[in-house]
Design a protein around this ligand. Structure first.
Ligand code: 5AD
Length: 343
C-alpha cells in the first residue's frame, strides 16, 4: 500500500479492508516472530516530572497528583517478584525526574543484573548521552523513548516546546550507536493530529528501523490542558485507528517487537490486549508497580484502576494467551535480526 491508500483506509476503514490488513499482519507476525509473546514487567519508579506535556497527567503543573519515588529496595523487590512470575524483561519507567541520580539507576541496574537473569529496558525520558552510556555499561539492554509524533509542529504544540529539530528522534539514533536496542512510538488521536501525520509516523518508525514499536491511543486526562481541546480531535476512532496502525507496522517491520499497549487494554479491559495480539503485536507489558504507588502513576484517566499485579492477574493473562493460540516466550525477546521474507 502506498501513502494515499493508507490515508484512505485510516480515514474510512471498511470492515472488509481492515479484515484483510489484520489477517496479513497476523500471517506476517506468525511467519517472522512466531506465536511467542514476550512478557515485560513495567516498574514505574517515580511520577515526578519536570516537563509540562499538555496530554499527560504527570505533567509538573498537575498539583492534584501526589508524587512518589521508589527506593532501590522497593525496585529490586518488585523486579524479583516479576522474575518469580516468569517475566524476563524488566522495564524501569518514570516521569522525567531530574532528581533520579545517574548513580542511582546505575546501582539499580547492576543489582538486578547481578541477581536476576533478565533484560532491562530503561524508559526514563530524555537524559544526556553520558548517563545513557553509564547505564549501558551497568548492564541495561534497551531504551524506550517515544517520539509521540513525527510532526514537529504538533510535537512542540503538545509538549509545550519550541524545538527546531526533533530531539527525541536524534536521541534514538545516538542511543543505537552506543549499543542499545531502541524502542519508540506514538500516540494516536491527540487533538490537532491529522491522518496524514500518522502515515508519516509509520514511515519514520520504519526508517528508524526500530527494535520495538509502541502505538497507543490517546486517552484524555481530566487534569491536563489538552482536556479542553477535545473538540479539536480529528481521528474519529483512536482505538480502531491504533489497531490498523499496529497491523501496518507489523507488515512494514516483520521482525520488530510490537506491544499490545496498556492504553488499548484500558479502553477495552476485556479484549483490548488480545485485539492487539490478533493484528500483529507480540509483546505484552503489564504494570507490576506496587501499591500505593501504582494508583499514583496516572498518565491518563482510567490507567490506574486495575488492582496490583498478583497470581490471579498472571493466571488470567496466561489463560487469555492460550485462548488466543499464543504461548509465553521462552526467551528474553530481543529483536530478531533477519531479512523478510524468510528463505
Ligand atoms: N494518553 C495516552 N498515552 C499517553 N501518554 C502520556 N499521556 C497519555 C495520554 N493522555 C504516553 C505517551 C508518553 C508516555 C509517558 O505515556 O506516549 O510517552
Amino acid at each position: 500500500m502506498n501513502r494515499d491508500e493508507i490515508i484512505k483506509v485510516l480515514k474510512n476503514p471498511n470492515a472488509e479492508k481492515t479484515k484483510e490488513i489484520f489477517s496479513l499482519a497476523d500471517a506476517v507476525r506468525k511467519k517472522s516472530v512466531g506465536d511467542e509473546v514476550h512478557l515485560r514487567a513495567i516498574i514505574e519508579i517515580s511520577n515526578y516530572c519536570k516537563e509540562s506535556c499538555l496530554y499527560c497527567g504527570l505533567n509538573k503543573n498537575n498539583k492534584n497528583l501526589k508524587r512518589y519515588r521508589l527506593s532501590e529496595e522497593e525496585i529490586f523487590s518488585t523486579a524479583l517478584k516479576a522474575f518469580n512470575f516468569g517475566f524476563q524483561t524488566i522495564v524501569i519507567q518514570s516521569g522525567e525526574d531530574p532528581l533520579i541520580k545517574t548513580e542511582f539507576i546505575e546501582n539499580v541496574v547492576k543489582r538486578i543484573k547481578d541477581n536476576l537473569d533478565v533484560a532491562i529496558t530503561l524508559s526514563l525520558g530524555e537524559r544526556n548521552l553520558d548517563d545513557y552510556k553509564r547505564w549501558k555499561d551497568a548492564g541495561s539492554d534497551r531504551i524506550l523513548l517515544k517520539f509521540e509524533t513525527s510532526d514537529l509542529y504538533l510535537y512542540n504544540q503538545l509538549r509545550g516546546k519550541n524545538e527546531k529539530v526533533h530531539k527525541r528522534v536524534e536521541m534514538l539514533k545516538e542511543l543505537r550507536t552506543i549499543g542499545y536496542e531502541i524502542g519508540s512510538g506514538i500516540m494516536v488521536g491527540t487533538p490537532f493530529q491529522s491522518y496524514e501525520s500518522l502515515v508519516d509516523d509509520l514511515f519514520l518508525m520504519k526508517e528508524l528501523d526500530l527494535d520495538m514499536i509502541a502505538i497507543g491511543p490517546y486517552i484524555p486526562h481530566k487534569d491536563t490542558p489538552l482536556n479542553d481541546k477535545l473538540n479539536s480531535i480529528v481521528v474519529k476512532d483512536p482505538e480502531a485507528t491504533t489497531l490498523i496502525l499496529v497491523a501496518l507496522s507489523r507488515i512494514l517491520n516483520p521482525f520488530a517487537n510490537i506491544p499490545s499497549t496498556t492504553a488499548l487494554s484500558v479502553i477495552d479491559p476485556k479484549e483490548g490486549r488480545i485485539n492487539g495480539l490478533k493484528c500483529g503485536a507480540n509483546v505484552i507489558m503489564p504494570d507490576l508497580t506496587p501499591e500505593p504507588y501504582k494508583s499514583l502513576y496516572e498518565i491518563y484517566d482510567g490507567k490506574t484502576s486495575s488492582p496490583e499485579w498478583n497470581e490471579i492477574s498472571q493466571e488470567n493473562l496466561l489463560r487469555s494467551l492460550k485462548m488466543a493460540g499464543r504461548i509465553p516466550s521462552s526467551s528474553k525477546g530481543s529483536r530478531i535480526k533477519k531479512i523478510y521474507p524468510l528463505q
